[in-house]
Design a protein around this ligand. Sequence first.
Ligand code: ZN
Ligand code: CA
Length: 381
Amino acid sequence: MANPMINKDRLRNKFEELVKIDSVSKHELKIALNLAKTLEKMGGKVFFDNSKKETKSDCGNLIAKFRGNVDVEPIFLSGHMDTVSPGNNVNPIFENGIFRSDGTTILGADDKSALAIILEVLKVIFENKLRHPPIEIIFTTCEEIGLLGAKNLDFTLINSKLGYILDSTDTEGIATNAPAANKISIKVFGKAAHAGGAPENGINALSIASKAISRLKIGRIDHESTCNLGTIKGGIATNIVPDLIEIEGEVRSHDETKLENITNKIKESFLKSREEFCNEVNIPKIEFIVENDFPKTDIPKDSHVVKLAQKASENLGRKLETKIIGGGADANIFFSKGIMPGVLGTGMKEVHTVNEWIRLDDMLKTAELVLEIIKIHCSGK
Ligand code: ZN
Ligand code: CA
């Protein structure tokens, strides 16, 4: 029997429909209801978790369960429902096989290409009555604002031990490694004084901070670690010695020991500056807060989730290479919960900009790949 075909027009229309629904982070309810309706019509049991209490979104993560007709392990398919800004009133333009926005907003292929692809795969499965495992659909909220949806996802509702998250660019890659990250916020407290009248009575918090920063290596630290200080604020007027400077930054590394060491080095540099400027007890002061932003993803290259996708790709006459990525995504959270998430690309390009674009044929390719994965998974191989 010939392979059932992905319906390209239907995929195109669904993608267009979804990008036209505003869903900037924390405002996913509208698109979630649209998706829920479609999933229910296909026979899915749809519900939301309680994460909105924590995320402050207008809805929870959407979960849909489909019973299998083959006795094999369940598999999950996932993408995120939210977009970055400017993401309202998207007016998609389709030309020469490529979707773009009209240049005033993002397109939202990140990550609505995933949503459209997953729905299309399900449609093909059910309309052709294909053999399929129990399938769990997980559409998260607030991915773009610190993976908040995934971080607060109720994982007791999920039975799958492996699955695929569609949320990257490369249609011939599967991301298996992503770094862990720390978020850092630093407050440097000095002492205010009139800059003209009595500067010697002050302790300049900006001087302390800049001295600390000048000692630090920032940017790419080594082949698997990066570090950035991204925002700085403080000071009130040119004639006042600033008594408070606030700095925010991040450290990422694929090696968790390095993550800790680099974070500590930053802290030590600020503490050293404190000593150098210290002329009174307890002044200046450094407040250094580290928040573990997300844990790393480290999926073995020979794990089932990778092998399965590579076999599927091979069946389609394509390659699928394992990739190391520098960003954190929902996958980091899934992995930390003991679930194996293979991250697949949908072809989305220049995401988070108004130039974002995606080729319909790339979405089609990913849909074919996911369908083939499901097929092989059913054969228990
Ligand atoms: Zn994304
Ligand atoms: Ca994104």
